[in-house]
Ligand binder design. Structure first.
Ligand code: SF4
Ligand code: SF4
Length: 204
């Protein structure tokens, strides 16, 4: 399920994401959490940079903070896992039409990247994860993730998607005792979406 709004945080300084990580540590302890959140939105000019209204910007940042918090609590468990999968969103492919040479297998369902473009994010992520021994899936939606994880008995999973999608599959994976790590998209829109490849490298 996509957000009802589009956003692009890819031009924001890395410092913004460090602030989000710090917020996830403080959440729950901070009496003025919402005010601090609004302060970040103002300081980093999120509304000007994205065109979002304040309430949508709060929803977006709240999701980023929640996901970061889940990552922190799951990290040690995730590091102990041996059999892992990486789930990439199909919307981060360089091409969404037949210029993308990936082969789709509806029985999984997943695309297999054929590396037609070296600057494609999905191709780059594929190479990184393969070197680390991950099985890789390029999925058309988050709803198929729990089925794939269950079928192949993965102990750990990294998912890349927008926050809404992530929350849907993350809740199910949590109930299956699978250690998850989430990497939220920093630009959504269901085509030409962007995630941070350095964040993926660190998470792998
Ligand atoms: S590099 Fe892979 S995912 Fe990207 S457009 Fe080519 S085949 Fe598709
Ligand atoms: S932006 Fe990508 S991950 Fe999010 S809903 Fe659209 S297709 Fe799915």
């Amino acid at each position: 399920m996509p957000y009802k709004f589009t956003f692009d945080l890819s031009k924001l300084p890395r410092f913004f994401f460090s602030e989000i990580a710090i917020m996830s540590y403080q959440k729950g302890m901070h009496k003025t959490f919402l005010n601090t959140l609004k302060g970040i939105i103002k300081r980093f000019k999120i509304q000007e940079a994205t065109g979002l209204n304040l309430s949508d910007a709060v929803v977006l940042l709240q999701d980023l903070i929640d996901l970061q918090g889940i990552n922190l609590t799951q990290r040690n468990k995730f590091l102990k896992t041996k059999k892992r999968a990486l789930f990439l969103p199909h919307c981060s492919r360089k091409f969404m039409d037949n210029r993308c040479q990936a082969v789709f297998d509806p029985s999984i369902p997943s695309y297999t990247c054929k590396h037609c473009s070296r600057d494609c994010l999905v191709s780059k992520a594929n190479r990184l994860a393969k070197n680390k021994g991950y099985d890789i899936y390029v999925v058309p939606g988050g709803s198929c993730v729990p089925t794939i994880v269950k079928k192949s008995r993965y102990e750990g999973a990294i998912g890349i998607a927008c926050g809404e999608e992530m929350k849907l599959s993350g809740n199910v994976l949590g109930s299956m005792e699978v250690a998850g790590q989430a990497i939220p998209l920093i630009k959504n829109g269901c085509a030409n979406t962007v995630f941070n490849i350095e964040t993926l490298q660190k998470t792998l």
